[in-house]
Design a protein around this ligand. Structure first.
Ligand code: WT7
Length: 669
């Protein structure tokens, strides 16, 4: 991963906003204060946001990593939708672009701050009139259309807790999340369109609701919007799947609703949203973020990392931010929706896929909308690199100032391509490390300030104290690899796992008391650069999406021919990690390609296409210890085809199994 580490790179973004003309010395000074006196640091920043009631200066930061109990900006009351919209309209930014949605076929749906405020208020009024109130969990399962962002902000406006579920999940996976959240309200769309293909989202939701009902959670109201409210398929009563009394036409109701809606005053620690993510067990976790801490952290990280002047400088700023993530993931929450809007920035969202109708689609969007800050995932870059430089070179990318990546380590080849072909060797690349749980970016270069180290996410953001610990809890020396933990609270961190505070404590705070455990391995070099070394737990990263191997195993187990399975990640040229499944069949079942296809189908049905196995290796034996524990370390080596460095196999009950499995290894398709 570490390349050219001797070559220090320092790039100033074109047309810097002077925000970060502050230089490395100033960063260090600010960072020190943020660690030594977080209350003073964040208290000062917190005051730059709008509050209905100011927070208590003595209660800016409260944290106890043992209980755990984390609170920020206590005593304060605010509303994030107010801070994203009303505040800017009141300051005269109403006519500035807030969000532009680029449709699959290149249709453009632009919204100014005033327009977005009106649409959000209308939707909020519809929800409120239907009885949705503060604290209710509302599940949003929608494609990348304006109504998704509008619905999130509408929930936030009335204090409802949004739980966005990625529209690529299966009905079963959507049902799990509805049930866990106890969510009786769903907002969805008739269909999604990606890469020219239609995804029947409403019917996935219909099926999910049936499953949820069997499990005791009744969905009483489904708000159905059409794909873009202006064209495309309309949600119509009487259509197949339409449940009268339950389903209502959101477009019609919103159009008739008042464009003014009083935002609810939310206490700083009132829940803002839930977002489900995978852990090392089979059950996804409902990560809970609260109002004020998340708001301040999302806003500030966006501002510094993408070199935006913030709301006070937004009128003169012609920046256009394009984040390619789906709103269904945390990146789409923090850096497509909340972070940019909190700053009065212009956010571009894209409905489609990077290769449709041609592999230059991202670059075409950058040219078309004069994008200045571009944020994507290494897996997307790798999938585009294979098409060569021409699709990039064909487009005018001179508007770009800052490039960013997120979601997984960026390999040297992808970094170099991004830097030289996309960035013409001139632009800073911010490799941002963070997690659904952290709310916002934790480790990142600041453009123009930090010396870039390809392969390293470099320095901690303000308020973030990375600590690498050995298994025994000892702090690692410089360059020693260990568990990456965070030593103190930051405003954007999750507050609990919904409905399971004990699991929250156990997962993140029990292994190293007093530290938040990230689950990633890492090391910190002499200069304080953080090098992320991948997950230490049974979580794999497939195309920047996090997946628990236990979830895939439990899905495989749903097939009646499967007795046992063991799933591991293995290096994949495009996806980063691919899903490699060792499967033991019941007596009488015959291994075949048909069965492989059926098992893949089982997983897709249980989780969704993102979890589709890349290789299925039938085997009647797995490397187990004498006590019967599957040795995953060895399976990972076999899946990777890594015959050397197999490590110690002496604890295996039968070590000859390793050679046999290596021989029958399956290549990724
Ligand atoms: C896991 C979190 C944060 C938004 C997207 C993923 C991996 C994330 C990086 C990076 C190396 C990274 C980590 C982390 N990861 N960013 N820049 N370099 N690894 O969010 O689904 O919560 O996954 O993604 O392993 O723990 P997520």
């Amino acid at each position: 991963m570490e390349v050219h580490s001797h070559e220090h790179r320092h790039f100033m973004p074109k047309r810097p906003h002077g925000l970060l003309g502050l230089g490395e010395a100033k960063y260090k000074e600010m960072y020190q204060e943020s660690i030594n006196d977080p209350a003073a640091f964040w208290g000062r920043i917190g005051k730059t946001y709008d509050w209905f009631k100011p927070f208590d200066d003595n209660k800016v930061a409260h944290s106890d990593f043992h209980t755990p109990d984390i609170r920020w900006f206590e005593g304060g009351q605010t509303n994030i939708s107010y801070n994203c919209l009303d505040r800017h309209v009141a300051a005269g930014l109403g006519d500035r672009p807030a969000a532009t949605f680029e449709g699959d076929e290149g249709e453009v749906f632009p919204f100014t701050y005033s327009e977005l405020l009106a649409r959000v208020s209308q939707t909020a009024n519809v929800l409120r009139d239907a009885g949705v109130s503060k604290g209710d969990r509302v599940t949003l399962c929608m494609p990348m259309i304006p109504q998704l962002m509008i619905s999130m902000l509408a929930c936030a406006r009335i204090g409802a807790v949004h739980s966005v579920v990625f529209a690529g999940f299966s009905a079963d996976a959507v049902a799990d999340r509805i049930v866990d959240a106890g969510s009786s309200i769903v907002i969805t769309a008739t269909e999604g369109v990606r890469g020219g293909k239609t995804v029947p989202i409403k019917s996935i939701v219909d099926n999910a609701i049936i499953v949820a009902e069997q499990r005791g959670v009744n969905v009483t109201r489904v708000f159905v919007t059409s794909r873009n409210g202006q064209a495309g398929v309309e949600a119509r009563e009487g259509e197949e799947g339409w449940v009268s009394g339950r389903d209502v036409n959101m477009d019609a109701l919103a159009a008739a609703a008042s464009p003014e809606c009083e935002p609810v005053a939310m206490d700083a620690e009132d829940p803002l949203f839930l977002l489900y993510t995978s852990g090392s067990t089979g059950k996804p976790k409902g990560v809970l973020h609260t109002t004020a801490g998340y708001m301040v952290y999302a806003g500030e990280t966006f501002k510094y990392i993408f070199d935006h002047p913030g709301p006070s400088g937004a009128a003169e700023c012609s920046d256009v931010h394009f984040c390619t993530a789906d709103v269904g993931w945390i990146t789409g929450h923090s850096y497509l929706t909340y972070g940019p809007l909190l700053n009065g920035a212009h956010s571009v969202a894209f409905e489609g896929v990077p290769t449709y109708p041609h592999p230059g689609r991202f670059w075409e969007i950058i040219q078309k909308h004069k994008v200045t800050t571009f944020y994507t995932a290494p897996t997307a870059l790798r999938s585009l690199m294979v098409h060569g430089d021409e699709p990039v070179l064909k487009h005018d990318l001179s508007s770009l100032r800052v490039l960013g990546t997120v979601g997984e380590p960026i390999n040297p080849e992808a970094w170099t391509w991004y830097h030289s072909v996309v960035g013409k060797k001139q632009l800073p690349i911010v490799d941002t490390w963070w997690q659904t749980e952290t709310g916002g970016v934790m480790i990142t270069p600041l453009p123009g300030v930090t010396t870039l180290m390809p392969g390293s996410a470099t320095k901690p953001f303000f308020g973030v104290k990375p600590v690498v610990l050995h298994q025994d809890g000892e702090v690692a020396e410089a360059n020693e690899a260990g568990h990456l933990t965070i030593g103190q609270a930051w405003p954007g961190m999750m507050r609990t796992i919904f409905g399971d505070h004990e699991r929250f404590r156990e997962t993140y705070f029990s292994q190293f008391p007093g530290h938040y455990t990230t689950g990633d391995g890492g090391r910190i070099d002499e200069e304080g650069n953080v090098w992320i070394m991948g997950r230490m737990d049974d979580v794999i990263n497939v195309s920047g999406h996090r997946l628990g191997t236990a979830e895939v195993e439990s899905a495989l187990g749903e097939h009646h021919d499967v007795v046992e399975s063991a799933v591991v990640g293995a290096p994949h040229a495009i996806k980063g990690e691919g899903i490699y499944c060792f499967v033991t069949l019941r007596a009488g079942a015959t291994p075949s390609d048909e069965l492989r296809a059926a098992l893949k189908q089982t997983v897709r049905k249980s989780i969704g296409p993102i979890a589709s196995p890349d290789a299925i290796h039938f085997t009647q034996e797995l490397p187990k210890t004498r006590s019967g524990k599957i040795m995953r370390r060895i399976l990972r080596k076999i899946a990777a085809g890594d015959e050397e460095e197999m490590g110690d196999t002496s604890t295996l009950a039968d070590s000859s199994v390793v050679g046999r499995l290596m021989k029958s290894r399956q290549a990724f398709a």
